[in-house]
Write a protein that binds this ligand. Structure first.
Ligand SMILES: [Zn+2]
Length: 61
């Protein structure tokens, strides 16, 4: 699942969360994709998943 959240005036974070609800970026937002508009089109979704994929793999839920 892809989440997008505005975190500043001109910046949004986009990141992927496991289907079980596990959020690998909850304590480390460095793995989130930063984007000015926070759009969740195909490109941004793919990049966001790329950013968090290694962390998501650690989830055993
Ligand atoms: Zn999980």
């Amino acid at each position: 699942m892809i989440h997008s959240e505005q975190v500043g005036e001109d910046i949004c974070d986009i990141w992927a969360v496991c289907k079980c609800g596990y959020d690998p970026t909850e304590t480390n937002t460095l793995h989130r994709l930063e984007d000015v508009w926070g759009g969740t089109d195909d490109n941004n979704c793919r990049d966001a998943i790329d950013c968090t994929w290694n962390e998501l793999l650690k989830c055993e839920g």
